[in-house]
Design a protein around this ligand. Sequence first.
Ligand code: NAD
Length: 474
Amino acid sequence: MKTMKKLAVLNPATEETITELADAGPQDVDRAVARAKKAFDSRCWSGKTPAERAAIIHKWAGLIESNLASLAELESRNTGKPLKLARDGDIPFAVDNLRFFAAAARLPESAGTAEYSAGYTSFIQREPVGVTALVTPWNYPLMMAAWKLGPALAAGNTCVIKPSELTPLTTLELAKLAAEAGIPEGVLNVVTGAEETGRALTSHPDVRMISFTGDTETGRKIMGQAAPTVKRLTFELGGKAPFVVFADADLAAAVQGAVVASFVNCGQDCTAATRIYVEKNAFQKFSDDFVKEATKLRVGTDMGPLISAEQRDRVEGFLKRAKGVKIILGGKRPPAFKKGFFFEPTIVSGATQSSELVQSEVFGPVVCLLPFKDEAQALALANDVRYGLAGSVWTKDVQRALRMARGLRFGTVWVNDHLPLASEMPHGGFKESGFGKDLSKYALEEYTVAKHVMLETTGAARKPWHYTAFGDPG
Ligand code: NAD
């Protein structure tokens, strides 16, 4: 039965409807999961050699690259982000991610074959998990899809991906290109819809694994939905990244870094700098220079809108509720824009460490500036949030950089930069930012299960007490 419910997809820079798509209900989700299960059971994908899967994923990456211009335009239209960001950043990185996973699929297993018990040979076989449910957010739609589809497919799983209801368009294009590259029917399925669709998918009994990127609160719900059928989970959740500047740092570089890290993608980045801690004796200069540089950002050109009216209201809500703070830049909708969910780059000082603005994820172009007196205090303040995704330290002192890198409880720590990632390196959180990793060989591991195969090699009959931890007592 076909669902009649529709989902309007907007351009957040103009508020115009780009298109309407199906809002998938539970029966649509059932159908997609059944297709993925049938494809998994048939071994049409996992039965291919890693080299065969890799060749198809490479071809897919090539098709994405040759369609870069149109994909970037679509991503920019659906998210509002500057075309340049999608064209020169997100999408080329997604292509590189897919190429990495295609190559990584062919690396031989390391753990091994040996006689761990007398008269037995053991080996480990890593197998795909099965049908995977991939649920993605709206901030980097195509890239988030690649981060999940890449390792899931490289490992031989089949997938049902649900992009955010706000930004499904490039994921649909990715799926078309995957079919063109030769990914077999039923291996990659897309369902479009919002929370109800996500709930049906992540509670479906035939889904064996959920890979989710989104809000920590949604992650909590998904854990509950996954519990009855004990699914494997990997979660990339919220963040509240510290950006710690010591007085000995290259302050000009730190200021430039702070502008990019705070306002790229309109601050809608889980690793965005949200709490800038500056050593007391450099605080005023950093603050003045940061405001001066951030003032140069052109809203509408360098910085797009927020994703939705709801998200803009949410960001405004944080500022309205903040007590005793000083908004030293921005803090409002830019008056020049009659349409679009734009918001000015906003810098706040005077927030207390325990305040909502410092503790909770705003997910918008709002950053707090806070002073610290010494290294111990900087570390304590930086770690004092429930999140643990990413953070940075700015200093010329190598020993201090290493001490801070060791002490910061975050999945990624940058020294003298903030934001860059690499396909070869894991990305994932500590604490309430989640568990499991995107990118790198660690992501590939998430999408496989280790099976121990143990071969009896003597052919001798065994006595009942033989089945103890260390074999036959004689
Ligand atoms: P969200 O949690 O609202 O939605 C994410 C996805 O989950 C969407 O596809 C949504 O439809 C779906 N969903 C909502 N409720 C669901 C439910 N009950 N069951 C199943 N699916 C459900 O997040 P968002 O607002 O789209 O994205 C912003 C959040 O994503 C921020 O918190 C941000 O920090 C986080 N994020 C994290 C990373 C990371 O790598 N850690 C990367 C990007 C974004």
